[in-house]
Design a protein around this ligand. Structure first.
Ligand code: ATP
Ligand code: MG
Length: 402
């Protein structure tokens, strides 16, 4: 008898003719994520994915697979021949195992017969196996069809798969099935969560980070790289473009009203992010902005930010409460890094007063005092690119410079 991991990917089934496209992306994602586990093999069988692996590797396979976007749940399944006697004995063995390990007292049996050549119907299978289990367990168990401690499931295909547990995956859509986006990744709590949410909907990520070195430290950059590493547990790889914003901030401080510092910096960030997106085939910008959270994130502030670029700026957290964002940050394990107290480029030039209802014309007037294009070009030239693959830095420009 073989044990396999049965993989479910619910929502993909709704995609009609595109289903195969989504499935291919998902299989690629699964294969990439299992590339480190030698014994793992992906089997694609008519709308069901199975993963075979050695017994020692099974926990590692489950951990890897339950982080893959598009996967709704997985189950460890015993695989046997389509033989009713064997179904009964293996079903009983599974239930007895759960009685000792989990102390189950109630159960129900479910069957799905995709192989119509099998000689019994699904209700017949359920009824007979249920009766057999009751007869072999001396009154220690009863059937509960509404809230059983355990649901014993039989899936009859070319072979029969028996399973009882369901381990949840993240859901969503497979990476790369919904285009590419440039995430503006600060060191804060929100932006890694924003990236995670978009990746969960199938958007492949790339990231840009702005610093004000030497006013911001090497440690602040390390923090952002650590956040990027955590994100690659889900996105597999991430390219981070690191850009020095200092000259731009100094120029704004010198020539523009102090209260416009934050919103003008934000407009420069967007323009630079857009420029890098063009070179890297990204179709949208992604931020962790959230309506009403801070003075610059008012309706007027968001409008003035949008007006600086033509790429769409997607803000998946726009209507989240901060506590809900923190919950996700904890779940995806970015929270502890995000709260480390390193300075951010925005805090270096934090003005005393912030304009909360900026007008685009007024901002454009302020920008007319700046050499916008030249500043952007020089900032883009300052770029250092880090490539992270599976939580490890694969390319570090600092090593090249040494
Ligand atoms: P976060 O927790 O993500 O830093 P925040 O609540 O601190 O967000 P802001 O600092 O106003 O909010 O930033 C809003 C968004 O702008 C961030 O979520 C991020 O997408 C982008 N952003 C801000 N600072 C930077 C930066 N230094 N580098 C890249 N993106 C940034
Ligand atoms: Mg911030």
């Amino acid at each position: 008898m073989e044990t396999l991991l049965l993989v479910r990917y619910g929502e993909l089934a709704l995609k009609g003719n595109n289903r195969r496209f989504f499935e291919k992306k998902l299989i690629k994602s699964v294969q990439r994520s299992l590339s480190q586990i030698e014994s793992a093999k992906v089997l694609d069988q008519h709308g069901r994915l199975f993963i075979a692996s050695s017994e020692e590797d099974q926990q590692a396979v489950i951990k890897a697979v339950t982080r893959i976007f598009g996967i709704v749940s997985v189950s460890v399944a015993k695989c046997i021949k389509n033989d009713f006697e064997q179904m009964k004995t293996e079903g009983l063995a599974e239930i007895q195992h759960l009685m000792t390990t989990k102390g189950i007292k109630t159960f129900k049996v479910e069957a799905r017969r995709s192989n119509k050549g099998f000689h019994m119907t699904s209700p017949e299978i359920c009824k007979n196996i249920g009766a057999y289990i009751l007869s072999q367990t001396n009154g220690a168990l009863s059937v509960d069809v509404h809230h059983p401690d355990c649901t014993l499931q039989f899936e009859i295909r070319d072979k029969t798969y028996i399973f009882s547990d369901r381990i949840a995956g993240p859901g969503g859509l497979p990476l790369g099935s919904a285009g590419r986006g440039m995430l503006l990744l600060s060191g804060g709590i929100d932006s890694p969560v924003a990236g995670y949410q978009m990746a969960k909907r199938g958007v492949e990520l790339e990231a840009v980070h702005f610093h004000s070195y030497p006013f911001t430290s090497e440690r602040a950059l390390e923090k952002v790289l650590d956040l990027g590493k955590t994100l690659t547990r889900y996105t597999q790889h991430l390219k981070i473009h690191s850009i020095n914003l200092l000259e731009i901030q100094q120029s704004i401080a010198e020539h523009c009203p102090e209260e416009e510092m934050t919103i003008l910096s934000r407009r420069f960030m967007m323009r630079i992010a857009e420029k890098i997106s063009e070179k890297n085939r990204c179709q949208c910008l992604i931020t962790g902005e959230n309506i009403g959270q801070v003075a610059s994130q008012t309706m007027e502030g968001l409008t003035a930010t949008n007006a600086s670029v033509s790429l769409p700026i997607l803000r998946p957290l726009i209507a989240y409460d901060k506590l809900d964002i923190i919950d996700v940050a904890k779940k995806i394990e970015t929270f502890e890094t995000s709260i480390l107290p390193f300075e951010d480029c925005c805090t270096v030039f934090l003005p005393d007063k912030v304009v909360t209802k900026p007008k685009v014309e007024k901002l454009e007037y302020s920008e007319s005092k700046l050499a916008v294009e030249a500043l952007i070009d020089r900032a883009v030239e300052s770029e250092e690119t880090f490539i992270i693959v599976w939580e490890k830095i694969a390319k570090d420009p600092r090593e090249v410079n040494e």
